[in-house]
Write a new protein. Structure first.
Length: 394
């Protein structure tokens, strides 16, 4: 051990990636301890004066004006003979391990703890709970299993796995965990189980501020309700699509029962919307005073938007069904009255007249041409015999 000038010591370039600085009252207490006792434990450094353990002690000495500190120099080889690890990995392993032991697992930022675990697993060659093999020519007896590794860090294996789940979060959620706005338990028990796309959608729908305020139980309830609404929406859309795609067997193929049902649903939705709007108006006046009411206000607003879309879909179906239904009745009535063979019975009796024949052919050609053109607008139909519209001739 030897005394070395504080100004010559070099912080490890990746220290802040894995560990936060001590802040607030804890930092002031830490400096008071240095003033009272001095630097009791030596700073661990490499032969190049890079700090391995003691970044916070060196930082305190700089703030307090202490010029020299006791240091213990560790000489790291370019390559470890036992593991084949390069010098950088050996230094990084000591940096992470010693700092976790000194601080204690519970005092390390959860997000950064996850990064520490992944980095050490890469160094140790741990994959899926076992010790990996770097080379067949090396002695791998010192490689660790995931269980052994977790025990060395002072935690059980399940806790170690939970920390690693935090790295499955999208960057926005990782930032919330790292800043302490989102609890790690909520993050790995709920959000980490969702896909990246689901996490992004939820983050965009709920918002950063609201996510930070929700408890684990509230988050679970919100996701469950959201999934239920999306499922109900998908089922209704599928049902409506099936109704749209039903083939017509007769000229007037309107499902009046379905239209009545949709009208009833539309009426119910409109009543529900009126109730929700009244509740929303009341909550708007209270939202600044009561945070719980603000949450309910946002939920009601989402429900109103959803009901609006449902109402518009149903209204469009009713308009389409009734419009085509009325047109089919008009055409049927026209064929039965204006173009009925009885109406033109006298003309049909004098078919020896060339003019009469030509006129009748023109009428038939016009009707056939109209039917042919209209069939082109049936996208789910093929041009086969099943597409012929039967017209009853009276």
């Amino acid at each position: 051990m030897q005394m070395i000038e504080v100004s010559k010591l070099i912080p490890h370039p990746r220290n802040n990636e894995f560990f936060d600085d001590i802040e607030g009252s804890k930092w002031e207490d830490f400096k008071k301890s240095i003033i009272r006792r001095g630097v009791v434990e030596a700073i661990v450094i490499t032969q190049d004066l890079i700090i391995v353990s003691g970044h916070q002690r060196v930082r305190a000495c700089k703030e307090l004006g202490i010029l020299e500190v006791p240091c213990r120099i560790t000489h790291y080889p370019d390559t470890d003979q036992k593991t084949g690890n390069p010098k950088e990995d050996l230094i990084l392993e000591d940096l992470i391990s010693t700092n976790i032991i000194q601080r204690g697992v519970g005092n390390v930022n959860p997000m950064k703890m996850a990064k520490c675990i992944i980095q050490l697993e890469q160094i140790y060659g741990i994959r899926e709970g076992s010790a990996g093999k770097r080379s067949l020519d090396l002695n791998n007896s010192n490689l660790k299993t995931q269980k052994e590794f977790s025990q060395e860090l002072g935690m059980d294996q399940s806790q170690l796995i939970n920390y690693k789940k935090l790295l499955k979060l999208i960057p926005e959620l990782q930032d919330l965990v790292e800043s302490g706005e989102l609890k790690a338990t909520t993050a790995y028990k709920i959000y980490a189980k969702l896909s990246s796309e689901e996490q992004e959608q939820l983050f965009n729908d709920i918002g950063k501020d609201k996510i930070a305020k929700l408890t684990q139980k509230e988050t679970e309830k919100l996701i469950k309700e959201k999934n239920k609404l999306e499922l109900e929406k998908d089922e209704l859309e599928n049902k409506l699509q099936q109704e749209r795609n039903k083939p017509a067997k007769i000229i007037d193929n309107t499902d009046y029962s379905m239209i009545d049902t949709l009208k009833s649903q539309l009426s119910i939705k409109e009543k529900d919307m009126e109730i929700l709007k009244r509740d929303k108006d009341l909550l708007e006046r209270k939202v600044k005073l009561n945070e719980d009411d603000a949450k309910k206000f946002n939920d009601l607003k989402t429900q109103i938007d959803f009901l609006n879309r449902e109402k518009d879909d149903i209204a469009r179906q009713i308009e389409s069904a009734t419009e085509l239904s009325g047109l089919s009745v008009k055409i049927d009535n026209f064929l039965k009255t204006e173009l009925s063979p009885i109406r033109y019975s006298r003309t049909l009796e004098r078919m020896d007249s060339e003019v009469a024949v030509n006129n009748l052919e023109d009428i038939i050609s016009s009707v056939e041409s109209w039917c042919t053109d209209m069939r082109k607008y049936l996208p789910y139909r093929n041009n086969d015999n099943n597409n012929i519209i039967d017209v009853e001739v009276i």
